[in-house]
Design a protein around this ligand. Structure first.
Ligand code: FRU
Length: 451
């Protein structure tokens, strides 16, 4: 699989469609795979939703619930699920936007008879994401080569009128893909402030801070004439494996829920795999917080509450402490005063000659995720690396939440203001956990290992 597609909630059911070639473990003639979940954690895979043909591949796009039947494609007063997706013609390379609809909760789909609904004769026009705003449908999609996001508007999801163009801006080294436009609540120290801002998300194939693909975001304003950025671009995730992230349409509550493909086009088709390749990241709830006059994204993972397998409170730490617990998958929550330690670290998936390290260096204000000795790394020259990010200033004690899965580590520092996501390929028996205070003494306020 690659990109998540058509993330939508209807009657309490979350749909996750995804770029999928059922006959191979590299990129091919893509269809939309399909999975559903009540809670975003347990998923049931369903049959292919939109299938590729020899002359038409089904590339990325989105789904909305047309509850008021603005499209007229509903029946008996019930509004359909409507998918807008990029129809890719492998012979000509043309990329056009097509529509399909479903009246049975996404189980079966009918293509619109007059597809495509939007065709500008381009070979780099793709990834439509639809949202409802101001009693109209809005759609963002990219002109990938131009590094622009194009904004369209429609009353019925079928006839689309061009509103404006955004970009090139921010990171422009790589092609732009998979945009999204979300309304994000702003929180202050005490919780929601009642304020909100628009955030434009853009995936870029190359030139991200950890190398290769990544996601940038622009905070700004949306008016009738288009989106305007009011701040400079920022990176959403400082690890190497967070790409093509989009939000769930119709998610309950004010916070958008974002989910991404956990890979990087640098090495996506080369990572160790046997019978499948590719996974999604954890879903994350988004909020904004003000830092030095700027609004920055905060990401909080949707996780199981978990059972506490090991816990520590109020303990000095000097050097390494091997925790008496083994976990191939777990969530670690750590609150620590760094004291005079140069670095405070957590080694996960520790085994014979293997470890992946999450560290914080308070003096330089940096968070790091080091996968140089994480396990299999030699399938691509750029994989064995250490990824770093600036730490949020004045954040003491340090707070880290680390989610370790079979082939991944997701790090949330400073209550979700700094995030790093990396794939790792350790030996399945590398399950150790080690705490570490280097060159000084730190004080552990609280550590919990949840499984
Ligand atoms: C992003 C992407 C999209 C495209 C899809 C094809 O990873 O390249 O731009 O629609 O994948 O699978």
């Amino acid at each position: 699989m690659n990109d998540p597609n058509g993330l939508v909630v209807q009657d309490g059911e979350h749909h996750l469609f995804f770029q999928h070639w059922p006959d191979g473990i590299v990129h091919g003639p893509m269809s939309w795979g399909h999975a559903v979940s009540e809670d975003l954690l347990d998923w049931t895979e369903l049959p292919i939703a939109l299938a590729a043909t020899d002359t038409e591949h089904v590339w990325s796009g989105s789904v909305v619930h047309d509850a008021d039947n603005t499209s007229g494609l509903g029946r008996d007063g019930a509004g359909p699920l409507v998918a807008l997706w990029t129809s890719f013609d492998p012979a000509s390379g043309l990329q056009r936007q097509s529509l399909s609809w479903s009246l049975d909760r996404g189980r079966t789909w009918t293509p619109y008879a007059a597809n495509p609904v939007l065709d500008i004769g381009s070979t780099a026009f793709r990834d439509p994401k639809v949202l409802r705003h101001d009693d109209a449908w809005w759609m963002v999609l990219v002109l990938a080569d131009d590094r622009t996001v194009e904004l369209y508007r429609s009353a019925d999801l079928i006839a689309w009128e061009h509103v404006s163009s955004f970009g090139p801006e921010g990171a422009v080294e790589g092609l732009w893909e998979c945009p999204d436009l979300v309304r994000v609540p702003v929180e202050d120290g005490d919780g929601p402030s009642g304020e909100a801002a628009w955030v434009l998300l853009v995936s870029v194939v190359d030139g991200a801070p950890a190398g290769g693909s990544g996601m940038q975001y622009f905070v700004g304003e949306l008016t009738d004439t288009g989106f305007v950025a009011t701040q400079a671009a920022r990176w959403l995730d400082h690890g190497a494996d967070f790409y093509a992230g989009v939000s769930y349409s119709g998610a309950p509550g004010p916070e958008p829920v974002l989910q991404a493909w956990m890979s990087n086009w640098q090495y996506a088709v080369a990572v160790p795999a046997v019978d499948f390749r590719g996974a999604m990241t954890l879903p994350r709830r988004l909020a904004l917080r003000r830092r030095d006059g700027e609004l920055v994204l905060v990401q909080r993972p949707v996780v199981r509450p978990g059972r506490t397998a090991y816990e520590l409170r109020d303990r000095p730490l000097d050097g390494e402490l091997v925790l008496p617990v083994a976990a191939r998958t777990c969530r670690v929550v750590l609150e620590v005063d760094p004291g005079d330690a140069r670095r405070v670290g957590l080694h996960v998936r520790v085994g014979d000659g293997e470890r992946t390290t999450v560290w914080v260096a308070p003096a330089s204000g940096t968070v790091g995720l080091d996968r140089r000795t994480s396990g299999e790394t030699d399938f691509h020259p750029g994989f064995a690396a250490e990824h770093t990010a600036p730490l949020v200033s004045g954040d003491a004690p340090l707070r880290l939440e680390v989610v370790v899965d079979v082939s991944s580590v997701e790090v949330f520092a400073g209550d979700g203001e700094v995030v790093l996501t990396d794939q790792v390929f350790p030996d399945p028996v590398s399950t150790g956990l080690v705490l570490d205070a280097e060159d000084g003494e730190a004080h552990i306020r609280h550590l919990a290992v949840l499984v």
